[in-house]
Design a binder for this molecule. Structure first.
Ligand code: HEM
Length: 318
């Protein structure tokens, strides 16, 4: 091979390394991810809005713990625990006829509280801060244009993005009484002097169901709140909470890892949501690190940066 060809090959290799890897080698810390959210969803006219999961509303109810729980979590020994619930849509979506949903839940015990911040999916779209940051960064318009080619390319190339897209493509759009919520992270639960890795989930008593095209056609972009108000006139929306214990060999430090096969589950209690409280909690913040005695934080690389970012965005909107 001639010297020139060798040089050209070298330049080509360096280029493809630098540019096919795209932004994957950048360092994404909490500040940078907060900046990305502001670049993507920020609104100069409303600097006080929540910058992710912006659309939502506030409700309240109670959590009734199971009387036969095996885990050592003193909060769950209380007969009934007051609960605050914020229902939200993912990102800056404004149309309720969309799939990704959030539930922020705060159990306010007498001596302890527990904040859970969940999505309606068992996995998320990123396993580390780099993937998480890039997922949103690639959606920021450059010179007024969204680079749809780049989004399509990376969605195909990055396993976490591709798997999440395949997962959500099988979902439909549901009412709140038919939407499940999942921890996605694996937490550690105290039991008899040991700790056990488990995820948690809230399964609606009315079952997980999706709306048909005909049903959706009758609903508007704000149907979640109007349907919630209609539903709770008769009875609360109820969700049964379960711990899903990891089997030996399950991945517990990767929020994109879907556990396969049967798992031991334990019924934790029932959440009853019944009061509409308006929009005030939209300005509030829910920290997933707010754990009660008896539960330790997850070990994955997203949990700490997640909490740090919530602190930054909460601070910026004051
Ligand atoms: C499994 C992982 C995650 C889940 C289930 C999740 C879910 C949610 C939910 C439900 C909300 C709305 C909370 C509310 O109602 O106030 C939210 C807000 C937010 N999320 Fe996440 N999220 C995850 C990971 C992350 C990560 C890794 C980051 C950044 C590093 C992040 C950044 C944000 C920000 C900035 C907000 C707005 C917080 C605020 O200003 O109050 N999320 N997330």
């Amino acid at each position: 091979m001639s010297y020139l060809v060798r040089i050209l090959c070298f330049v080509f290799l360096i280029n493809s390394y630098l540019f096919s890897a795209d932004t994957m080698n950048d360092t994404y810390d909490a500040e940078k991810i907060a900046d990305i959210f502001y670049a993507l969803n920020g609104d100069k006219a409303d600097p006080h809005k929540k910058i992710n999961h912006s659309k939502g509303f506030c409700t309240a109810g109670e959590f009734i713990p199971s009387k036969s729980l095996s885990v050592d979590v003193p909060l769950l020994k209380q007969g009934s625990i007051n609960a605050e619930v914020r229902y939200s849509l993912g990102g800056a979506i404004l149309d309720d006829k969309s799939k990704t949903r959030g539930m922020a839940l705060r159990l306010l015990g007498k001596d302890n509280q527990w904040t859970m911040v969940m999505l309606n999916t068992e996995i998320n779209f990123a396993k580390n801060p780099q993937e998480f940051g890039q997922f949103f960064e690639m959606r920021i318009p450059v010179n007024g244009k969204v680079d749809t080619k780049k989004i399509a390319k990376l969605t195909k190339e990055v396993d976490s993005y591709r798997n999440f897209e395949a997962y959500t493509s099988k979902m439909g759009i549901s009412k709140l009484e038919n939407t499940p919520y999942y921890s996605i992270h694996t937490f550690m639960f105290n039991k008899n002097g040991k700790t056990y890795p488990a995820k948690f989930k809230f399964i609606p008593k009315d079952g997980i169901k999706y709306l048909s095209e005909a049903e959706l056609a009758k609903l508007d972009k704000d149907f979640l709140v109007s349907e919630f108000k209609k539903y709770v006139k008769n009875k609360p929306i109820e969700y049964d909470m379960y711990l899903v214990y990891a089997n030996d060999g399950d991945i517990i430090d990767d929020t994109t890892a879907l556990w396969q096969g049967d798992h031991k589950e334990e019924y934790v209690g029932t959440l009853k949501v019944e009061k509409y409280l308006g929009n005030d909690c939209n300005k509030d913040v829910f920290f997933p690190s707010d754990l009660p005695e008896g539960i330790q934080p997850p070990k994955d690389p997203l949990f700490d940066i997640r909490n740090a970012t919530y602190g930054i965005t909460f601070g910026r909107r004051q």
